[in-house]
Structure formats: structure tokens, C-alpha cells
Design a protein around this ligand. Structure first.
Ligand code: CTP
Length: 419
């Protein structure tokens, strides 16, 4: 029988009369074997007391961002890191607005902003507040960020009105939590390693060799694989994107660090190298800033070749080699032929080819853009994927991967099994 043993749920209780139902929810999660830690907002504490929350959860209750006691016992970062799932119930209109706009003016808001864990929300508010375009826009924003909505439901409200806005019943919320942990998705039970972004190779303390990669494609792939149920590690070079939700993200700078982090993320069933790894690094990194040298020649910087991460992963012996290794090929000319050759040379199973270089508007075609036009090349076929968003490409790739694992009947470890 599936239960929540070993699972920690961080329950954020924001202000609303439905907060009384959260007490029952705590009881149900505990009964199912789960651990519940609670953050009670100021609004929430107007409806239920910290004492009842603490008594039912058998844990301290966290209330204040600037409380020395709360922060030293368990800082807001640790609170979110140590949870498997964050559940906001009830999620008031105000809390939803704060989440959508990235505010961090309370312990609950700061924890939600700082989290890299999956988040579910159970909204509860007056029907007009729910229907307000502002709330609806906020909900849409949260949904596109991968946050799961539970309810609201329709019925009589505490304010005397009737309509959509009631918080889902605790049993229904528990069902959604169970579904989150146990529902089988196309990639459930599989682990994936994704590289993304550029690498920065230092020349001296202030300069580096880098490239234009934004990390958008790699990050989108990591998010899609996670949404399809895979256990994803994303190894990323320096980018200005947030870490995708529900993905273990490792930040690195150089190619050597990226290779090292990839090795540590093994074993993995799937490896996707979307990073634009710098081909070279400085043969010797200078400890002092290289100075201009008057009328003498500019410095003669010696380079050495970086390790090829894709080739290294594809070249691993079974069973260490990921079952499906996928690379990218950025080419400025002879796209298909060059990419097909790259696939063979690097020993990967599939390669996704994209043309780089200036587009008609003079700007770069791929790097930094939200769209991409690619070809998927395998040992059997070459398939064109018309220009579309990087997210759509990521979703399609995740679908193809799921199909490949089904068709080749690769043995999938049982969900939750540790390798
Ligand atoms: N790649 C890698 N490690 C490297 C270089 C590239 O893992 N040191 C991976 C990239 O993530 C991508 C693929 O190899 O999946 C191809 O990258 P690309 O830049 O197109 O090819 P290069 O190997 O760098 O070859 P060239 O620049 O000569 O085309």
C-alpha cells in the first residue's frame, strides 16, 4: 500500500477561513506516514493558532522571516531544501499574487521564491477575487512555471456568497499529493543528466573565454524531462535563468568542472548534452591580471583542448553508459552532414542539429533566442522539426525519449528504486 513514509511536505498556511481545513490536512498527511512542517503566515494565524498546528504536526511552526529563533533553528532556505514537496493550502489571492510576482516579504513568500522543489497550491478565496483577471493572470503565470493547481471548488462560501473559490477538501488535496508521488508518468523511474549553458574558461582573474549560449534549450529540456517524471540532474554553466523547478541543479564554470559534475551525477539512464562547452581553455591560467604592454605585441595566449563531455559519456562501457545519449550540433554550414558525422564521431545515439550564425535580421539565429529550428538525427533517420519554441522542442524530445524507452523495452527500474 502506497503511503507517504519518508516524504517531507512543507505546508504553507496562508490567510483564509479555509485554514481550519489545513489542520485536518496535517492530520491526514501524518496518518499517511508523511512528515509535515508548517509555515503559518500572519494572515493564517488570524484563523488558526500556531499551537494547534504544532500539536498536530508534532513539529515547530515557522512564522517569521526575521525571527532569530526560526532562522537559526531552520532557515528559510533549509526549510524548502529539506522538503520533497511544498504545498500552499490555503493559497490566498494575496499569496498567489506574491508568488507570481516573486515577492519575498514574509517567511512563506521568501521560502517559495528560494525553492527548487515542486510546488502545489490549493487556492481559497471569494468567488469574485478568484474570477478577477488579476488573479487569473497570476494563476496562469504560476501554471506556466510548473506549479500544480488543486481546486478550487464551487459551493457556499463563508462570506455568504456562492461560487468558485472554495478550497478543495483535505481528502482531495491528500489525493493530489499521493498522485504527485506515485502517479506513473512516461519517464517515471528513469534518471536523466542534462548539461546546459556555456562554460567560462578563465585566462586571468578577470577575463575568460565564453560563448553566447543562454542555456534556454538545456534548461527547457531538464524541465520537460522532470515534468514527464524523470529524476533529473542539470549541470549548468553560468546563465541568468532560474533553476528549473523539481530539478537538481549543479552550477559549474569550466568544462573540467562540468565533466566532473556529470561523472558524479552518474549512473543515469538518459544523458543530454545541450551545453555549449568551450572547446579550449588557457594552457595556464595567470594568477595576476594580464596588463597591456604599450607598443609591444598583444599577449600570445596558449590554449589547450577541453575534455569532450558528450564523447566521454557516450564512450563509457555498459552498464555505466547511459542507455540513451543525445548531443547537439551547432553548425554554420553543411548542417545535416556535419551533424551526422559528429554523431558518429562522438558515439552518441541521437544528435539534434541546429544552424547557428546570423539570421536575416542580422541577429544570432539560436543563441539567446526563444525559438529553434532543428533536425533530429539518429542512426536510422533524419527528421526536421519546424521552427518552434525551445520549450516545445524540449517537450517533443521528452516524448520521443519516452517512446524510445517503451519501444526498445529498456528495463525501467521501479519508481523510487535507488540505484
Ligand atoms: N560537447 C561537449 N564537450 C565539449 C564540446 C562539445 O560535451 N568539450 C558537446 C556539446 O554539448 C554538444 C556536442 O558536443 O552536444 C557538439 O558540440 P559542438 O559545439 O557542435 O561541437 P564541437 O565538438 O565543439 O565541434 P566543433 O566546434 O568543431 O564543431
Amino acid at each position: 500500500m502506497q503511503d507517504l513514509t519518508g516524504k517531507t511536505i512543507l505546508l504553507v498556511i496562508s490567510g483564509g477561513i479555509a485554514a481550519y481545513k489545513s489542520l485536518e490536512l496535517i492530520r491526514l498527511i501524518r496518518k499517511a506516514g508523511g512528515r509535515v512542517r508548517c509555515i503559518l503566515t500572519k494572515g493564517g494565524a488570524q484563523f488558526i493558532t500556531p499551537l494547534s498546528v504544532a500539536a498536530l504536526s508534532e513539529e515547530p511552526v515557522y512564522e517569521d522571516l526575521f525571527s532569530l529563533k526560526d532562522e537559526t533553528e531552520m532557515g528559510h532556505i533549509r526549510l524548502s531544501r529539506e522538503a520533497d514537496l511544498i504545498l500552499v493550502a490555503p493559497a490566498s489571492a494575496n499569496m498567489i499574487a506574491k508568488m507570481a510576482h516573486g515577492m519575498a516579504d514574509s517567511l512563506a513568500a521568501a521560502t517559495l521564491l528560494a525553492t527548487n522543489k515542486p510546488v502545489m497550491i490549493a487556492p481559497a478565496m471569494n468567488q469574485m477575487m478568484w474570477a478577477n483577471p488579476a488573479t487569473q493572470a497570476n494563476i496562469e503565470t504560476l501554471a506556466t512555471r510548473g506549479i500544480t493547481l488543486i481546486g478550487p471548488t464551487s459551493g457556499d462560501m463563508a462570506c455568504g456568497e456562492t461560487g468558485l473559490g472554495r478550497m478543495a477538501e483535505p481528502e482531495e488535496i491528500l489525493g493530489a499529493v499521493m498522485g504527485f508521488f506515485y502517479q506513473s508518468k512516461p519517464l517515471s523511474g528513469l534518471s536523466a543528466l542534462v548539461t546546459s549553458g556555456p562554460t567560462y574558461e578563465p585566462l586571468d582573474p578577470v577575463r575568460f573565454i565564453g560563448n553566447r549560449s543562454s542555456g534556454k534549450q538545456g534548461h527547457a529540456i531538464a524541465a520537460s524531462l522532470a515534468a514527464q517524471g524523470a529524476d533529473v540532474t542539470l549541470v549548468t554553466g553560468p546563465v541568468s535563468l532560474p533553476d528549473p523547478q523539481g530539478v537538481k541543479t549543479v552550477h559549474v564554470e569550466t568544462a573540467v568542472e562540468m565533466l566532473d559534475a556529470c561523472r558524479q551525477a552518474l549512473p543515469a539512464d538518459i544523458a543530454i548534452c545541450a551545453a555549449a562547452v568551450s572547446d579550449w581553455s588557457a594552457a595556464a591560467v595567470l594568477s595576476q591580471k594580464i596588463k597591456k604592454r604599450g607598443d609591444r605585441q598583444p599577449p600570445d595566449i596558449k590554449l589547450k583542448e577541453n575534455p569532450d563531455i558528450l564523447a566521454a559519456l557516450a564512450g563509457l562501457a555498459t552498464p555505466k553508459r547511459p542507455k540513451l545519449v543525445i548531443g547537439f550540433a551547432a553548425e554554420t554550414e553543411n548542417l545535416i552532414e556535419a551533424a551526422a558525422e559528429k554523431r558518429r564521431n562522438k558515439g552518441c545515439d541521437w544528435i539534434i542539429a541546429n544552424q547557428v550564425g546570423p539570421a536575416d535580421d542580422g541577429m544570432e539565429k539560436v543563441f539567446g533566442r526563444d525559438e529553434n529550428h532543428v533536425y533530429l538525427i539518429t542512426d536510422q533517420t533524419t527528421e526536421e522539426w519546424q521552427k518552434t519554441s525551445k520549450q516545445a522542442i524540449a517537450d517533443k524530445l521528452a516524448d520521443y525519449i519516452a517512446r524510445w524507452f517503451t519501444e526498445t523495452r529498456q528495463t525501467q527500474p521501479a519508481p523510487m528504486a535507488a540505484e
